[in-house]
Design a protein around this ligand. Structure first.
Ligand SMILES: NC(=O)c1ccc[n+]([C@@H]2O[C@H](COP(=O)([O-])OP(=O)(O)OC[C@H]3O[C@@H](n4cnc5c(N)ncnc54)[C@H](OP(=O)(O)O)[C@@H]3O)[C@@H](O)[C@H]2O)c1
Length: 254
């Protein structure tokens, strides 16, 4: 027991951050979020993992049982504003305020803007943008007490226009600006806000029925390598901040 406590302490000191020990990762059941959970758990972080799919989260918790991390699971549908409010309030009460918040959950949809159903538009904006605003609104007031770090996961679709990806591009573009504005507003409260902007990553997102694509997935970024970059961002000394990081496949992204 003593050894476990000591190892955890050493890991945190090695990372150069004592305060940053509990991370909330949204969209942790698959893809980048799942890999990030694995990477952070292996680095000794305690985690709160959130998604709609409790079975996947439970399986991940079993996979991570050989690490020293405390893994907490939260089932929450980010398409529902009411659910977000009750889930985030409950998780803060139960597990405490995370010192690192990774807003990773997201969805994509392939279709022309003008033919797009209004409800589909609202769903994409809700999950990719409004849920991040809502989660931050609930967490930041708590986070101000001890300071913290927020990492928002964006895409090169935030500054490149892709036909048939309009709603996704708009949501990620707005997320990138949300991130910049929040950064400036919260600097004086010891809250640091980062954006990681990614090129294509080989994740289950590309299996979705709503995406008709036959891209070469072998040339995409790997989620585990992306997660190591996220850990690198999270383990910067508190006196510095990687404000915006763009990570692309070296062969170019699509
Ligand atoms: N893959 C890429 O090429 C790429 C490139 C640039 C940026 N990104 C961004 O990276 C992030 C992660 O993407 P990914 O590729 O890892 O996607 P993914 O494999 O499809 O995983 C998406 C995650 O988001 C969660 N999620 C989706 N809708 C949700 C909802 N309504 N409520 C709660 N959780 C929800 C999913 O959980 P459940 O389904 O279990 O609820 C899942 O854990 C996204 O923000 C995406 O836009 C991805």
């Amino acid at each position: 027991m003593k050894q476990i406590v000591l190892k955890k302490f050493i890991t945190k000191c090695h990372n150069g951050q004592n305060k940053l020990s509990l991370a909330l990762i949204t969209g942790a059941s698959k893809g980048i979020g799942k890999s990030t959970a694995k990477t952070f758990a292996n680095a000794g972080w305690d985690l709160i993992l959130l998604s709609r799919n409790m079975d996947s989260l439970k399986n991940l918790k079993v996979e991570l049982s050989n690490t020293q991390s405390k893994i907490n699971l939260v089932e929450c549908d980010l398409s529902s504003s009411n659910e977000i409010e009750s889930c985030i309030k409950k998780l803060i009460k139960k597990y405490g305020c995370p010192s690192v918040l990774i807003n990773n959950a997201g969805c994509a949809f392939n279709g022309d803007l003008i033919e797009m159903d209004l409800n589909k538009w609202k769903e994409i904006i809700q999950i990719n943008l409004t849920s991040v605003f809502q989660i931050c609104s609930l967490i930041v007031p708590e986070m101000r007490k001890n300071g913290g770090l927020i990492i928002n996961v964006s895409s090169h679709a935030s500054y490149n226009a892709f036909p048939k990806w309009g709603a996704y591009c708009v949501s990620k573009s707005a997320l990138a600006m949300f991130s910049k504005c929040l950064r400036e507003e919260e600097r004086s409260n010891s809250i640091r806000v980062s954006t990681i902007t990614l090129g294509s990553v080989d994740t289950p997102l590309w299996d979705s029925e709503s995406i008709n694509s036959d891209f070469d997935r072998t040339s995409m970024l790997s989620p585990i390598k992306v997660s190591k970059t996220i850990l690198y961002m999270a383990t910067q000394p508190e006196s510095q901040l990687i404000e915006d990081l763009i990570l692309m496949p070296s062969g170019g992204a699509f």
